[in-house]
Ligand binder design. Structure first.
Ligand SMILES: [Zn+2]
Ligand SMILES: [Zn+2]
Length: 77
């Protein structure tokens, strides 16, 4: 049994995510996304797909990046 790092639930089918050398244990992808997924700088939604990065700032899609003035970016997903 392991304990979810996000909601504290004890569960026998947890999984680990290693992010930047840090090990996290979760009971569901929802919990993992809640804790680890970056947030779009423009609309504030969780970035679950590829996202777009511009000068260290993350956006959920090219539209959001363009709205913030990053007009040279194109969606890679
Ligand atoms: Zn959880
Ligand atoms: Zn967005």
């Amino acid at each position: 049994m392991a304990t979810c790092a996000s909601c504290g639930n004890e569960y026998d089918k947890t999984f680990e995510v290693i992010l930047a050398g840090q090990r996290h244990v979760f009971d569901s992808f929802e919990c993992a996304i809640h804790m680890l997924a970056p947030v779009c700088e423009h609309c504030g939604c969780r970035i679950v797909g590829h996202g777009v990065e511009a000068e260290g700032v993350l956006y959920c899609c090219a539209h959001c990046a363009a709205s913030e003035g990053e007009k040279r970016l194109r969606d890679r997903a």
